[in-house]
Design a protein around this ligand. Structure first.
Ligand SMILES: Cc1cc2nc3c(=O)[nH]c(=O)nc-3n(C[C@H](O)[C@H](O)[C@H](O)COP(=O)(O)O)c2cc1C
Length: 352
């Protein structure tokens, strides 16, 4: 069946204006990434996974993940943890911060998370996984969704037995990344499983994994019955991939456009994370933006050696002076940061 990528769809009452979802990625999905994703056509964006224990303890850095700008929405905030009561409490905070959707992570394969019984481990503990979803769904009035892998071990089909149970427990949508936790990011995403899962549940299924082109997106949508595709790594430093997938505009951006988007990204990230954290955080993005044959390798290496973000910005503008004008036009079209930031409700700070 042909699916129009621009068709709206819904998760519960939340209307999503395109069939493209920007993946949650730890260490990547900052506000600048999500807002940029929305500008380039993602219908839904997602925060990186947020620790429910961190929220419960009022950890300042964790609370920072709940800072949502109006132009990111619709937006899902993803939480992880294994204790139903703590997850429910965290979900209520996410709702208070005015996220449109609470997403639960049952897919993270990283040891630091799985050893606490959270992430993909819960695919091996379906009763507990269901209790988490039930507790979260009864704590909030926004839709609750789950992102999962196929299972823990290679070849596992656990998602097909666990998935329908999660829907019964209250999940309004499931996103499947059909690799095992053991696989991490090796091999390929087996979207035959996505098709099987979509046939078993009556809520929208989102297909995640290896969606890197318009052709792939269309094939996966047409052959799986998924409601939408999720794009992760292909969009790192490359929002133009989203536009290409949506509209088939395969035109490479000019050097000026690349530099303008990167500088905007840097400025927003400094505002969100502060200069010190942003300096280290941004280094990987230089390679992602300037790679793909857009700039010489030596230039990328040079940028990562510069001690301050201001120096990186100057060096970028020296390499593509016309970017100044593209950036000015871009900034004019954006809402001012201060106007769009929603204040965190007092309750999130525990009443002050
Ligand atoms: C650096 C990185 C961080 C990720 N962090 C998360 C995360 O916080 N939560 C989550 O559900 N998935 C996470 N993922 C998985 C992605 O959301 C996505 O399912 C996976 O990368 C497959 O899609 P892709 O081939 O389009 O990248 C992460 C992936 C990467 C590469």
């Amino acid at each position: 069946m042909q699916v129009n990528l621009h068709e709206t769809w819904q998760i519960g009452p939340v209307e999503i204006p395109s069939r493209l979802v920007l993946a949650p990625m730890a260490g990547v999905s900052v506000q600048a990434f999500r807002r940029q994703g929305r500008r380039f056509g993602a219908g839904l964006v997602c925060s990186e996974m947020v620790s429910c224990a961190g929220l419960q303890h009022g950890n300042e850095r964790t609370l920072g993940y709940l800072r949502i700008a109006a132009d990111e929405r619709p937006l899902a905030v993803q939480i992880f943890g294994s204790d139903p009561a703590v997850m429910a409490e965290a979900a209520a905070m996410v709702e208070d911060a005015r996220a449109d959707i609470v997403d639960i992570n049952f897919g993270c394969p990283v040891k630091k998370v799985t050893k606490t019984g959270a992430g993909a481990t819960l695919l091996d503990e379906p009763d507990r996984a269901c209790r988490v979803v039930e507790a979260v769904a009864s704590a909030v009035s926004v839709p609750v969704t789950v992102k999962l892998r196929r299972g823990l071990e290679n070849g596992s089909r656990a998602c097909l037995s666990v998935g329908p149970r999660l829907v019964e427990a209250g999940a309004a949508s499931l996103t499947l990344h059909p690799r095992s936790a053991k696989q991490m990011y090796t091999g390929t995403a087996d979207h035959a499983l996505t098709a099987e899962l979509a046939s078993l549940v009556d809520v929208p299924v989102v297909a995640s994994g290896d969606i890197t082109s318009r052709a792939r997106a269309k094939t996966v949508l047409a052959t799986t019955g998924a409601a939408a595709v999720m794009v992760g790594r292909a969009a790192q430093g490359n929002p133009w991939a989203l536009r290409e997938i949506l509209d088939g505009e395969g035109v490479e951006p000019s050097r000026e456009e690349v530099v303008a988007e990167l500088i905007l990204f840097m400025r927003e990230t400094v505002r969100e994370l502060g200069e010190h954290r942003a300096t280290g955080f941004l280094k990987k993005f230089y390679g992602w933006y300037l790679g793909r044959g857009r700039f010489p390798r030596t230039f990328k290496a040079e940028l990562t050696q510069l001690p301050t973000i201001a120096e990186v910005e100057s060096r970028l503008l020296a390499a593509a002076p016309g970017a100044r004008f593209v950036l000015a036009r871009l900034e004019e079209t954006l809402p001012q940061g201060d106007e769009v930031l929603l204040d965190l409700p007092i309750s999130i700070y525990g009443g002050g």
